[in-house]
Design a protein around this ligand. Structure first.
Ligand SMILES: NC(=O)c1ccc[n+]([C@@H]2O[C@H](COP(=O)([O-])OP(=O)(O)OC[C@H]3O[C@@H](n4cnc5c(N)ncnc54)[C@H](O)[C@@H]3O)[C@@H](O)[C@H]2O)c1
Length: 251
């Protein structure tokens, strides 16, 4: 097992890639602190882990709120005694609007969750990892940080900010044997992607434009990359944005 005796916090663990990673990390031996704003669905993640013999707790936390994130980290450490991994995955798509039409409220909400939330996760996890002189932090960015997606001003800015913060954190905390990496997923078939399509089926022509593999990815395909980064398999990987996009960014 790749994560035997490890303790991992995963945010956004009630749905999509976060849920998938929670199940996979647990299967690989990690004790999971699963955090989300969506309590009902979060319970399902934790129940599934328990049903397959793993250990997990559910923590209701809004990653945009410092007090929630501090409590999330404290609850995980109190329950499991330490913290080895934090996967700052929670995020929202926000409303699609061209830059000049986006409201301040729309902009601020996306930044609060997708950028500030990742910073808060790192801020409160780092002291525990520094004390034990090891840790792996995984932050969810997006291909939206790298290409110009119409209607995504705040989302793109937040995700580009996540890549930048990942590099800074890797530089500042490498000497504590803490690795910090980002994942930039392309088009992944999750509830978020379904909401963006307003429930419609994937459009094959659109998918061909955004993936050389001519398909979207399943959330497991990102969860396995997160597992790699969380584990000792990635022992020399730090400060890097891992682009997992089916070739979207190949010119
Ligand atoms: N699906 C894609 O194609 C895609 C592509 C690139 C990046 N991403 C990013 O991947 C991450 C996961 O996305 P997903 O597709 O699995 O989405 P999802 O909507 O299926 O899951 C996101 C989870 O985050 C939770 N969440 C939202 N706001 C929160 C908050 N303030 N505090 C705590 N939890 C909160 C939601 O309740 C949900 O359970 C997000 O950061 C997203 O921006 C998704």
């Amino acid at each position: 097992m790749k994560l035997a005796n490890k303790v991992a916090i995963i945010t956004g663990a009630a749905s999509g890639m976060g849920k998938c990673a929670a199940l996979l990390f647990a299967q690989e031996g990690a004790k999971i602190a699963a955090a989300d704003v969506s309590e009902g669905a979060l319970k399902d993640t934790v129940d599934q882990i328990a049903a397959s013999g793993g250990q997990a707790i559910a923590i209701r936390a809004d990653v945009a709120k410092a007090a929630d994130v501090e409590r999330m980290v404290n609850e995980a450490v109190t329950k499991f005694g330490k913290l080895d991994i934090i996967y700052n995955n929670a995020g929202i798509e926000g409303e699609s609007a061209f830059l000049a039409n986006m409201t301040e409220e729309q902009f601020d909400r996306v930044i609060a969750i997708n950028l500030r939330g990742v910073w808060l996760g790192m801020k409160y996890a780092l002291p525990h990892m520094m004390r034990q002189r090891s840790g792996s932090i995984i932050n969810t960015a997006s291909i939206a940080a790298l290409v110009g997606l119409k209607g995504s001003t705040a989302y793109a800015a937040a995700k580009a900010g996540v890549i930048a913060m990942t590099r800074v954190a890797a530089a500042e905390y490498g000497r504590y044997n803490i690795r910090v990496n980002a994942i930039c997923p392309g088009a992944i078939e999750t509830p978020m992607a379904q909401r963006i399509r307003a429930g419609a089926a994937p459009n094959p022509a659109a998918i061909k434009r955004i993936s050389l593999l001519e398909r979207m990815a399943q959330p497991e395909e990102i969860a396995r990359v997160a597992l790699f980064l969380a584990s000792d398999d990635a022992s020399f990987a730090t400060g890097a944005p891992f682009i997992i996009d089916g070739g979207w960014t190949v010119p």
